[in-house]
Design a protein around this ligand. Structure first.
Ligand code: AMP
Ligand code: MG
Length: 331
């Protein structure tokens, strides 16, 4: 059994594993991460191997205190400083000029590195205890549904990693928002757990260069890891505007509903993101509802669209990519 409760002794053990080049899955407020010593290229290569993640998809490096930023990035400009001061620790990733100490495998050879300081205290204690920055993508198989509970990690990666620190459910349940500042101009690279509206209240208008499910992938260095197929259950998922429009015939169908749907719908299983239509709750439940539906032996999952406001944008980004099965063989 590699799932251990995240108490002090086990956090210490996990830190020892990281220091000696192993892999530890750990809770953050966004999703569970699969961590390795960001300074150790061999350890980082094990992340790609365990996840079956392509090497062109760069990782996020996690730090516990702002004072260590100089070890991985070549400083913060005034906008980045303001963002870090306002939103760290929290679900915001900044893409910064990379320090030489970060091996190329972490950044897919880019001159920039993605950095985040998680709010989850277990995550920060682990990083502090390990004494190194921790490179960590989500702890799931590449392209599949992200883990928001320790058992989600165990189901997908259990045999291939050294330890899972169980810290319960992830509070936000949605990956971080990713921003890059170029010559003083902010760009949004991914919708995530920090609503873009909140960021704009702090630094003004942010340009969007987010990749949607319809974007054609290119190999240009400006667009690393912006995959159009992502977050996918193994069961086919179809996004729908209106539940009433679905004609279910013989198939065993499941429904991912935004809020309480009308009664007597002909679904084998229904998962509700938020009974009260609360977007924060919906985001936190998204991946666990998808895990439940995906393990219910269904032929198809219908997912109701959610309003694209605040975290609703991040939810719709994940759902449109989860529904995009046809480019599975592209990579
Ligand atoms: P995750 O899989 O949630 O750990 O997120 C990693 C994502 O961060 C990648 O898929 C990229 O989209 C983004 N990312 C990481 N490093 C960079 C970078 N140097 N430049 C731009 N985006 C990056
Ligand atoms: Mg991921």
């Amino acid at each position: 059994m590699i799932e251990l409760p995240a108490n002090k002794a086990n956090i210490k053990k996990a830190a020892e594993i990281i220091k000696s080049g192993g892999l530890v899955a750990f809770p953050t407020e966004t999703v569970y991460g699969l961590g390795a010593n960001a300074f150790n290229p061999i350890a980082v290569s094990k992340i790609f191997e365990a996840k079956k993640r392509p090497f062109f998809d760069p990782l996020i490096v996690h730090i516990a205190t702002i004072s260590t930023i100089g070890e991985i990035a070549d400083g913060l400009d005034p906008i980045e400083t303001k963002l870090a001061e306002t939103f760290w620790p929290g679900p915001l990733t900044l893409v910064l000029p990379k320090h030489n100490s970060i091996p190329d495998i972490v950044t897919a050879g880019l001159p920039t590195v993605a950095v985040r300081m998680p709010a989850n205290e277990i995550a920060r204690e682990l990083i502090l205890e390990a004494g190194v920055p921790v490179a960590a993508p989500s702890a799931n198989l590449f392209g599949r549904v992200s883990p928001t509970e320790a058992r989600h990690v165990a189901n997908q990666l259990g045999k291939n990693i050294d330890m899972i620190l169980d810290g319960g459910k992830c509070e936000i349940g949605m990956e971080s928002t990713i921003l890059k500042i170029e010559d003083g101009v902010p760009f949004l690279l991914r919708y995530g757990g920090l609503p873009i509206e909140e960021i704009e209240k702090t630094i003004g208008k942010v340009n969007r260069i987010v990749y949607t499910a319809d974007t054609k992938r290119t190999d240009t260095p400006e667009s690393p890891g912006q995959l159009t197929y992502h977050y996918s259950p193994l069961t086919q998922l179809i996004l729908i505007d209106d539940i009433k429009s679905i004609k279910i015939e013989k198939t065993k169908a499941g429904l991912l509903a935004f809020t309480h749907p009308q009664k007597d719908l002909p679904f084998e299983k229904i998962e509700i993101l938020s009974g009260t239509g609360n977007m924060r709750e919906a985001a936190a439940n998204l991946f666990s509802c998808l895990h439940k539906l995906d393990s219910s032996n269904l032929d198809i999952i219908y997912a109701e669209k959610v309003p694209e406001e605040g975290l609703g944008k991040a939810i719709m980004d994940r759902l449109t990519k989860a529904a995009k099965k046809d480019n599975l063989n592209f990579y």
